[in-house]
Write a protein that binds this ligand. Sequence first.
Ligand SMILES: Cc1ncc(COP(=O)(O)O)c(C=O)c1O
Length: 429
Amino acid sequence: MEIVPEIMRLKPSATLAINELVIKMRKKGQKIYHMGFGESPFPVQARVKKALCAHADKKYYSPTQGFLALRKQICSFYEKVFNLNFKPKQVIVALGSKSLIFHAIAALEGPLLLPTPSWVSYQHQAYLVHKKVVYMETSPKSSYLLTPSLLLSSLEKTHLDLSKQKLLLLNYPGNPTGQSYTKEQLEALVPILRKHNVIVISDEIYSLISYNGQNHYSIASLYPEGTIVTGGFSKDRSLGGYRLGVLLLPKRNDDVKRAILSIVSEIWSSASSPIQFAAIDAYNPNEEMMNFIQRCTDIHGIMTNYVYRRLKDAGISCVAPKGGFYLFPDWNDKKKILKSMNLTTSKKLAKYLLREYNLASLPGSEFGMPRKYLSLRLSTVDYDGGLVLKEYTENTSIVQKNPIKFVEQYAPNLVTACDILEKFTSSLQ
Ligand SMILES: Cc1ncc(COP(=O)(O)O)c(C=O)c1O
């Protein structure tokens, strides 16, 4: 069988591939410290589970846009939690925000401006629909955030027609960097976006997992006419496998809605009906659900801050996290000695750590950074989420007083992973 050449060049998503490799190695009895895959580990909330069981007989297709009751609930959620006003007709529900981002990229005219490092899938999704990608490499000096000057110089340098529409993908809190934008930082970008006809796809899937003093602020509040927000409950409610995501359109954009819905209807028909009914409960912004999300966020903060502290203490360069459950350290200051070990690319570095230390991570090059930029994405979720959540819920104030002890007791794999990174880095003298 022959394969279309463009598709031949694609490979399975790096994050899913590393997870499958680790599962295989673990099955063979190898002990692996897994900082490669980012899946939030907490259990399904009882009321969501109950709702899913109660709706198991909803076997019919749903409207392509999603059930109205769910879209209404999503609007209440966004209003209460983020103070964002959307009407149900502006909401599209489909199979995970990943597919919705892809459909938005496919439907909207213009090249894709992509600040890097960025989540693995955006660039490949653009490639699949032959869309030009303009990479904008950010730096740890600006916390890997897109600055107005980088945006402007990228627009000018790449000779794009400034009057024609362009797309920008912003993701905050960000995967892989754990960084996020303040209201002021977003405010500085908006006049440039408006002036140069740039539509923003704002991937806010980690919005509720914000900590270290960061309150999530959506660019949709500042640039409502030019922002498409995507999100879902995969991360903050640990429901990735339910495969449900949300896209929120600006007002009066029926053409864009029709275009995205046409793609959804031709490929997926709709999200699964029982899952949508369970999602009505998962999107109920009541105290119980919001407390659950907050506790999970607190734990992500504790674990990610622990790893960050250990990296800094080991002399590893890394930007302090603001949200999510990832860190993006680099060993660029050790390039010379790493070169003598033939570790000249981030891919080689990640492979070396897996082979020599049983530590799984992802190379920075998977996130659009230059091959020789020696960074890794580390995720901080290798622990038993059920046990950790129970302990945190029962002893919140004790844990908050001594988070290090909590990590040492309940996340031994994370502790050992940090020991490994410390040992590896101190060997580079
Ligand atoms: C930055 C980012 N955006 C979007 C997604 C997709 O999430 P989902 O398709 O589960 O809604 C992920 C998942 O890994 C992600 O990390």
